[in-house]
Design a protein around this ligand. Structure first.
Ligand code: UVW
Length: 345
């Protein structure tokens, strides 16, 4: 049962400040359920208004240069993290015609992907975005029709389109002499992300789509098959990424419509919570970014995006903002999707 919203005051961008989350008594910490109605499936994509997209196109599209951010679907053919099966393509001839068809079989998260709202719930509470339960995701009605609640189909209606900004953390941290290993649990403090943006001269605007280049692709290309296999077998996996923290969540909530990175989990993995004393004192975080972004805010979380060509172009142009057009696949009830994404300058 939904309680009436607490009627939070809205900030200059028309959203409740982070400090007023959750919006309803009894909802999980930091969730924003009900902000756009109790059946909302768009979450922070509601920030991508027609006006904002039109203004971004006018401001960001100058040269017409287009850069794909899609890693090949078979890029993890030597094995992947989180036990995701490999991509398979079967091509077959259509005799007597001189023609071919092909069939693709793949886990939607084995290469570049947007995680959708069926992917991760608040773990302790067992609730997905908009208070949806696991049973509701798997429900089948009397006519045999499967539930599509919180499915990826809701995002394909208008796509994920807006102003992108690249945080080229990999280049910045090399210049700073900061040690970082994409295949170790290397947490990136949000202050380093902000320092990198400042050094690039990149302004953050409300509704932006955030891309963080951590160097995963560079390091992945240098690893031998046996090294990768050993890393993928080790449990829990260890991966670098944004450090889950209250300041990180606050910054993400106040600025972005979607967030993405070049690595398998966006945040560092495992996303160990803060010290229990800090959690008890309200200074620490006991939730992962996956839980809060996906289940709490309905915020698309992108992983394994290929940001290499993008970073090279941004560096050449001295400009780390651009127009982004991404269209998820139209799969009713889908959990995740390849992003089918272009950056346009
Ligand atoms: C995790 O859930 C850790 O990563 P992904 O979003 O790729 O599943």
């Amino acid at each position: 049962m939904f309680q009436p919203l607490k009627n939070p005051s809205l900030n200059e961008n028309g959203i409740p400040p982070f400090e007023s989350l959750p919006l309803q008594e009894g909802d999980p910490p930091y969730s924003a359920w009900g902000l756009y109605g109790d059946k909302d499936e768009l979450g922070t994509l509601n920030r991508l208004t027609d006006e904002r997209v039109a203004a971004t196109a006018r401001e960001e599209i100058k040269t017409g240069v287009r850069i794909s951010l899609n890693w090949p679907l078979d890029a993890h053919s030597k094995g992947s993290f989180f036990s995701r099966g490999e991509f398979h393509q079967e091509m077959f001839q259509k005799k007597p015609h001189v023609a071919n068809d092909d069939t693709w079989t793949f886990n939607t998260q084995v290469s570049s992907q947007w995680d959708g709202l069926r992917h991760v719930a608040y773990q302790k509470e067992e609730l997905f975005y908009s208070r949806v339960t696991m049973d509701e995701l798997y429900a089948v009605d009397a006519n045999g029709v499967k539930s599509t609640v919180n499915g990826i189909q809701a995002w394909q209606k208008k796509g994920i389109v807006g102003r992108g900004i690249l945080v080229d953390y990999h280049t910045w941290r090399l210049g700073q002499g900061i040690d970082y290993d994409p295949f170790a649990r290397s947490p990136i403090p949000v202050d380093d992300i902000k320092a990198c943006l400042k050094a690039q001269g990149t302004e953050v605007r409300f509704g932006d789509i955030l891309f963080t280049r951590t160097g995963y692709m560079v390091s992945h290309a240098q690893k031998s098959t046996s090294d990768l296999a050993a890393l993928q077998k080790s449990e829990p996996h260890t991966l670098g990424g944004l450090q889950p923290s209250l300041p990180a969540l606050r910054w993400l909530w106040h600025n972005f419509s979607a967030i993405a990175g070049d690595q398998p989990a966006f945040e560092c993995w495992p996303p160990l919570p803060d010290h229990p004393d800090d959690v008890a004192a309200g200074r620490g975080l006991a939730y992962s970014i996956h839980e809060v972004a996906l289940a709490g805010w309905g915020c698309p979380l992108g992983e394994l995006f290929d940001l290499e060509a993008l970073a090279a172009h941004c560096c050449k142009e001295g400009r780390w903002s651009f127009f982004v057009a991404s269209e998820v696949c139209h799969v009713p009830g889908g959990v995740a999707s390849p992003p089918n994404i272009l950056a346009i300058f």
